[in-house]
Design a protein around this ligand. Structure first.
Ligand code: BG6
Length: 378
């Protein structure tokens, strides 16, 4: 029986849970993958394959960090399965009069499985005739019990209020779900599936070297401790990761931070960027993906313009990158990975940076003020 108060020698649950991510990913991925058959096996999905074959749209509904995972999942599903996906705030879902049809499913994502907004959004979706699949980190939670199908994350018990290891496990489950849909709908052939599964199986091993940036992130926190505003940026699938990096900083250090699509900054936020507003930009690159290279080159151009107007830039890049360290004030380099899986690595330095800012500000990292682990009231 896991003793939830046990920090396993770490000073706080948050940093312990950040370092538990490789194991949480292995426990979440391995039982569902057969490389031999190049197949994904989702035991509790309980939605007939025929229904998945005739699907016209997927709605993802969630709150907080879980919604950011949903946004990453949107890119994965649309890229790999060519199926339209919409992502909603659970707290807004009932007001949007979402025109759900029979050939749609609603995926609700939740670490705790008890969040009131997400619970009622699922009930709303079901009342409108939609099948639901719950992605939950707590077995037999309310949301899991009420869903038609379940995809559990096995990140282990998450004690710290700011969600970390559940987030990376959610992104891994959404990648598995995308491959499963591609498999069932005949969109992804065996070779392509096997290649993508091999890449996914590599990710837990790449998280270990990614966690080695902890010391550098602690130094960065020391350097940026006095700043009260930050702008986090990313393009494409990296934008929701920037959103979660900003949320982590807000949640645990009470510092104002905003996540923004990099390309959108020229339509306003660019006016803010100077020596008082540090920019954290996701500028990783999958050299094997032409779209990723184009995004990277655009990010490099953005960094140059931020520097020209006196901005301070922390860049998150991919190992072997010799350009970013010359351009940005600080650069954290992460292991190489395919574009759709880079988010699972990129969030790590952002989690650790937020953690050390909070620690150095003497705050209660695991129990931030005014927040609870699961909001059970609407
Ligand atoms: C908040 C937590 O209360 O709820 C966040 O502090 C979390 O970390 C959000 O992301 C959503 O919770 P859940 O359990 O539905 O994923």
């Amino acid at each position: 029986m896991v003793d939830p108060s046990d920090k396993a020698g770490f000073p706080h649950h948050m940093i312990k849970e950040i370092f538990e991510q490789p194991q949480g990913l292995r426990d979440t991925i391995l039982p569902r993958v057969s490389l031999e058959e190049a197949a994904v096996k989702l035991e509790d999905i309980r939605i007939p394959a025929d229904d998945l074959r005739t699907l016209r749209r997927i709605n993802i509904v969630a709150s907080g960090t879980s919604r950011h995972a949903g946004m990453v999942g949107q890119y994965m599903i649309q890229e790999l399965v060519n199926l339209p996906v919409e992502v909603d705030y659970a707290s807004e879902f009932e007001y949007r009069n979402s025109l759900l049809g029979p050939d749609e499913i609603t995926v609700v994502i939740t670490q705790s499985g008890e969040t009131a907004d997400t619970t009622s959004a699922q009930r709303e979706a079901k009342a409108r005739g939609s099948h639901t699949i719950a992605i939950s980190n707590v077995v037999d939670s309310t949301i899991a019990r009420e869903a038609d199908g379940v995809l559990y994350t096995y990140a282990g018990k998450e004690v710290s209020i700011a969600s970390t290891k559940a987030f990376t496990a959610q992104m891994a489950v959404l990648f598995l779900f995308s491959l499963y849909l591609g498999q069932v709908r005949g969109k992804l052939g065996k070779d392509q599936r096997r290649h993508l599964l091999r890449e996914l199986l590599e990710i837990p091993n790449k998280l270990d070297p990614a966690l080695e940036c902890a010391e550098q992130c602690e130094h960065l926190a020391e350097t940026y401790l006095k700043f009260d505003d930050f702008l986090f940026m990313g393009r494409g699938i990296h934008y929701p990761v920037a959103m979660d990096g900003a949320l982590k900083l807000k949640e645990v250090s009470y510092v104002h931070a905003e996540g923004y699509p990099t390309g959108e900054t020229k339509h306003g936020p660019l006016a803010l960027i100077d020596e008082h507003l540090p920019v954290v930009i996701l500028a990783t690159c999958d050299r094997g993906d032409p779209g990723s290279v184009i995004r990277y080159e655009k990010n490099v151009a953005n960094i140059k313009s931020f520097k020209q107007q006196g901005g301070r830039v922390i860049a998150i890049g991919s190992e072997g990158d010799a350009v970013l360290p010359k351009l940005a004030d600080h650069t954290v380099l992460l292991p190489q990975a395919p574009e759709l899986l880079l988010p699972i690595l990129e969030i790590v330095p952002l989690q650790i940076f937020a953690y050390y800012i909070a620690v150095k500000r003497g705050l209660d990292v695991d129990r931030p003020r005014n927040l609870v682990k699961s909001v059970t009231l609407e």
